[in-house]
Structures are given as C-alpha cells and as structure tokens.
Design a protein around this ligand. Structure first.
Ligand code: UDX
Length: 433
C-alpha cells in the first residue's frame, strides 16, 4: 500500500531510506536543513559516494515519487509516516548529541494536524523513543493521536542499498498495533524477516549488534598478537574458528583496527549509557582499548620495518575507513599518517575515492593518481584499506618503482610466501614476519 513518507535528515541513513522507500512506490519527501545539500540532490549530485545510490535517486525523482526540500513544516503536513534520520554525533564525553532529534520532534509536534507515526531511524541511546514521545506530547497544539516507533538501520557503507533492500532482518519497536501495521505494510515488500518488539528492545538491538561486531573485530585483533608471538597464522586460526556455525566466518578479519562513523561512536555511546544506568561495561572498554592499541602496533610495525622514519618517504594505499566508500571519518589511516608525519616522514597516498576528503584533513600529504605513482621513489609501501584494485597490482612493477622493497600490509591482502619470493620484506598482521 503506497504511503506518504517524510524522511528527516539526508545523510547516509536518510538518503538511502528515502530513495529505497520511494523505489517501492511510496511518495517520499526527504528533508534536510542544509540548503546546499538539497540543491545538490535536486541536481542529482550525491553528497556521499555510495554505489547505486545516484541511480535510485534519479529514477525516483524522475518518476515523481521522491522530493528533496528544506521545508520540514510542509513535509510534516503532507506525510503520514515521518522517519527521523538526523545525525547523532558524539559529544566530547562520548555521549550522543541528541539535540537535533529533540528539535525535529518539536517541529513535528508543532506542524502535525492529524495522526502521525514518528519513526526513529537514527542510532540513539535506549529510551530516546520515550523522550521523543514526551517532547511531542508537550509541544502539540491540540490533542492529536500519534505513535512513536524505533526502526534501527543496519546498513553498511559501501553496500547500503543492498543492505536496506535485502536486510537480514527488519527491527520494529512499537507500542501500538496501528504503528506495527503501518511499518509492516511499508517493509513487507522486502520479503525479509521482521522482528517486532517494544521500543526499548529495538533501540538496544542496535547498540548490541554494533558492539558485538566491534567485539568480534577486537577479539581477532587481540588474537593476531598471540599469533605473532607464537608463530601461528591468524587467517588460518579464524578460518578454523569461523567454520563453527555458532561463530560464523564473517567479521573475523584482523587488520589495523575498526573505524568509521558508527563503531567507534556507537561503542563509546553504549559504554556511557551503561555507565549512566549503573553498569560498568568493562568488556566494551577493552574492545575500545584493543582497537586503539592495534593502530599503535601497526605504526610500530612500520617503524620497525623502516628502522628510521625521519626523512623517509612512505607510500600509503587506501585512506577511507574501509573499501567502497569515500568516508574517512575515524579512519585508521588518519592516525597512522599523522604519526608517521610527526616522526618526520613524507607521505605519498592513493585512494580510489577518498582523496578529496582526505586532502582537507591532511593537506601535507602528496596525493597521487595511482598506486604506482604513490610507490614511485618511496621507501616502503603501506596498505591501510583493502580496496579490491590493490589485489590486482603488478608487484614486479611496484618493486621496480620503490627505493626499498618493503611492503607493510595492514589488511593481509597478499600471500606472504609469494611476496617474499618476489623479494619483498613483507610485514602483515598476525603472522610470522
Ligand atoms: C557498521 C555496521 O556493520 C552496520 O550494521 C551499522 O549500521 C553501521 O556500522 P559500517 O561502519 O559501514 O557498518 O562498516 P562495517 O563494514 O561494519 O565495518 C566497520 C569497521 O570494522 C571497518 O573499519 C572495517 O574495516 C572493520 N572490520 C570489519 C575489520 O577490521 N574486520 C572485519 O572482519 C570486519
């Protein structure tokens, strides 16, 4: 059944939600208070790089089902279901800043004139739904019925459209049957399992899932240290672990530590929430600590391989926090490059999509048009992000371009024996050097 939907916030989650719901045939208005962003979107210019997004946006705008505007008032009046997908950035103390959610809730209350379902899609602390409900109740001009729901989003950057349209599960946290029916009508076409819970449980599912995944990554990174100390191979160990169906093989790749706008922020927020509730979530504090140490260990690996960093030139391949995105927020590459620059190295970097963004954060880096250009004249090559094109590199050519055949691989992309046969000093994660 076609719905009139409004999505507030045109970031990753909002844009993907809005365009994919329009693709199902719904009439969707995407609202954002950033005028420039809305102007760009109206010209089909995406504010983020996300495979497939531009096509979905274009198709639905042209079909007259998807609109972009800064006018929240009018959008609230025109829509039956309002998704809140505004940012919840971290404050200095690690808590999520929820002021945008409060503002939007107020605006919704002031502008609705009949029943509305307000759905929270942003990642928020448990019990935010209750706060949204209280804020709306306080600001309503007259007695209007409404429902609040929680519908956390689990999309991953780089595969966001696919994750949204073919999710492992859809979580709906509701208080009334009416809200459950509306959300099921919206999501049934995806043919994915829908789990219906109370609002608090839905909110907690998001915290729990992200923290658990981050725990998996930190577990494997800690394991990589033990592998190096014992001569074991972390990739073999995780292969053996992952074949146990209860563990599963995904999210067991050792590397330079997790980054991105979700894991570090959500983990810090969940630790804070637990603290406020009176529980010291020591396990998650260790997950954070291991993640930080993993980056420091990688920097040390580079320093050990090069002996002296000062005045050396280091080629860095991969800047985004993971492949298939231009997102550099909390990317391990930033800390790694900053440490090397502090030690007096010169950096030549290449990334297929993230160089524009990175050049604003680290202008002192020399940005190159290809991996080969980055390697040319460098004293070592460092892999930070596992873009698939790095798998196809011609390492005979790379060796010829480098001053010294040193390859430090933070993502275990290559076979150590083959690299050593080619003459590289090859250093990776969780394996004998
Ligand atoms: C994550 C969640 O997966 C998603 O469900 C949620 O909605 C938002 O946060 P995202 O941040 O896009 O998504 O990236 P993800 O693919 O989950 O990777 C997170 C980080 O973990 C990356 O830095 C990645 O490099 C790292 N990682 C992941 C590893 O180091 N090893 C792994 O095995 C998996």
């Amino acid at each position: 059944m076609v719905k009139r939907v409004c999505v507030v916030g045109s970031g990753y989650v909002g844009l993907v939600t809005g365009s994919c719901l329009a693709d199902l045939g719904n009439n969707v208005i995407c609202v954002d208070n950033d005028k420039k962003k809305i102007e760009m979107l109206n010209k089909f210019k995406m504010p983020i790089y996300e495979p497939g997004l531009e096509d979905v946006v274009k198709r639905n705008v042209e079909a007259g089902r998807l609109f972009f505007t800064t006018d929240l008032k009018d959008s609230v009046k025109k829509s039956e279901v309002i998704f809140i997908a505004v940012g919840t950035p971290p404050k200095a103390n690690g808590e999520a800043d929820l002021s945008c959610i409060e503002d939007v809730s107020k605006q919704i209350a002031l502008n609705m004139d009949e029943y509305r379902l307000i759905v929270d899609k942003s990642t928020v602390p448990v019990q935010t739904g209750q706060r949204v409900k209280e804020t709306i109740t306080r600001n309503l001009k007259k007695d209007i019925e409404f429902d609040v729901a929680s519908n956390p989003e689990f999309l991953k950057e780089g595969s966001a459209i696919n994750d949204f349209t073919r999710p492992d599960r859809i979580v709906i946290g509701v208080e009334t049957e009416r809200a459950a029916v509306i959300l099921k009508e919206i999501y049934n076409p995806f043919n994915s399992p829908i789990i219906t819970t109370d609002i608090q449980s839905a909110e907690l599912i998001k915290h729990a899932a992200n923290s658990f995944l981050a725990t998996k990554v930190s577990f494997v990174n800690a394991l990589s240290v033990i592998c190096e100390l014992t001569g074991a191979d972390v990739d073999k160990v995780t292969e053996g672990m992952g074949m146990d169906k209860r563990i599963g093989s995904s999210f067991l790749n050792a590397g330079v530590g997790f980054g991105g706008f979700c894991f570090p922020k959500d983990l810090a927020a969940f630790i804070k929430i637990s603290e406020k509730l009176g529980y010291d979530f020591k396990l998650l504090k260790a997950v954070e600590e291991i993640n930080k140490k993993q980056k420091d260990r990688f920097i040390k690996k580079i320093e050990d391989a090069l002996w002296n960093i000062k005045d050396k030139t280091i080629a860095v391949l991969g800047l985004s926090f993971k492949p298939n995105t231009d997102d550099i927020r909390f990317a391990p590459s930033i800390d790694i490059i900053k440490a090397l620059l502090r030690d007096g190295a010169g950096i030549r970097a290449y990334d297929p999509y993230a160089m524009d963004k990175m050049s604003q954060v680290l202008p002192e880096v020399k940005y190159c048009q290809s991996s080969y250009e980055a390697a040319d004249g460098a004293d070592a090559l460092v892999i930070v992000t596992e873009w698939s094109e790095f798998k196809e590199l011609d390492f005979v050519k790379i060796k010829g371009l480098l001053n010294d055949a040193i390859l430090i691989d933070g993502r275990n992309m290559y076979d150590p024996d083959s690299m050593r046969r080619l003459g590289f000093k090859y250093v990776c994660i969780g394996k004998k050097s």
